[in-house]
Write a protein that binds this ligand. Sequence first.
Ligand code: GDP
Length: 463
Amino acid sequence: EMFGQLTSGLESAWSKLRGVDVLTKENIAEPMRDIRRALLEADVSLPVVRRFVQAVSEQAVGVGLIRGVKPDQQLVKIVHDELVKLMGGEVSELVFAKTGPTVILLAGLQGVGKTTVCAKLAFYLKKLVLYIPEEIDVFPILREDPHGKSCMLVAGDVYRPAATDQLKILGEQVGVPVYAPGIDVKPAQIAKQGLEEAKKMKADVVIVDTAGRLQIDKTMMDELKEMKKVLNPTELLLVVDAMTGQEAAALVTTFNIEIGITGAILTKLDGDSRGGAALSVKEVSGKPIKLVGRGERMEDLEPFYPDRMGGRILGMGDVLTFVEKAQEVMRQEDAEDLQKKIMSAKFDFNDFLKQTRTVARMGSMSRVVGMIPGMGKVTPAQIREAEKSLKVMESMINAMTPEEREKPELLAESPARRKRVATESGKTEQQVAQLVAQLFQMRVRMKNLLGVMEGGSIPALSN
Ligand code: GDP
């Protein structure tokens, strides 16, 4: 289990809050010590741990009560959000050049997995793209791009003949051409020729491997600087090994100061790495982790999602989702206000739309993750299905008048109105009726969510 030790270390923190009514300075002292210890044992650097613990403590004591959420669950949520923040918050995507080939220059010490990453990256770029729907803030989806990006690999590691051979073999495996003029040519020269070659071939992306050494030395840095000058890379990524913990973060910092990099790739996250690297790199160096390697196979490279990583570290996705749902309700409207709305049956199609989007986003995200306990894996087809039904609902709601959106009763009572919405949205009357029924079911569910136990009624639609 990835970061298993960290996960169980944190669990002991929550366990000390069972049965507590509210978080106070006193009762969080011991859990905070557990959190501190767990992070240090995971090899997170001390200044980072200090800032983290401070930030969590402050929020924990100041946090307001959320109905139905227990204090230990609240602390889990606060720790989760801080972990995500620590790791950079948002996913940091690869940048692509607007014109000409995108140049990705890879640097790193020997044995970190740099050569493997070259091929994995080509495989990743060829096959998959991160699709982010434009219209609304829906979940990003990994999709197969029928075209993908055409890639070329450049063998710039001339000191280890085996590295060149390895790159050629891997290139063949993933079906990507490898430019390798031999080991008698200077790396900067290879880089220049490689780029020319890529332009001729009209490759979308050219990935340049460089020599790794056992440790940082001047020759290595000078060589990289020269290659950077020649290539003007779109991305200069440092490949670091997750097993090296906070040392990885220190390396990213050094390389960034010395040559200026755009981010890091963290490899070997599948091993028994303790989490220190994943948690420290961004905070220590200011540079994001863009991709992570989680195995030796070509498909074992993926974008680094701080939020998913946070969920995995905590091993508590279900609790997070629950607290988030409760908080979402709190955020959308003042809770009292929403409660009143529901009590007076004012929860309308505008709220429905907001809620549906939220639920869809959380649901699908968690399934894409496939890591949240209690939630099965979902296929891309199912995700597309969910996305499609959301679009269908939206088009029907868009066909409603403002009055109908605010008073769904109008639609429940009038088949003529439902018919009009159906016609305008190009859907069937049955679909509209279903949507209206769903809204009333939602009212009942919302009531339950807020702990208002007297059951609501679902009106039968008149014909
Ligand atoms: P380089 O010296 O940096 O080019 O490193 P290589 O690409 O030759 O990789 C060194 C070793 O690490 C190889 O045996 C790879 O299969 C292995 N490796 C690379 N990435 C990963 C990873 O994400 N997980 C695991 N378990 N092994 C990896």
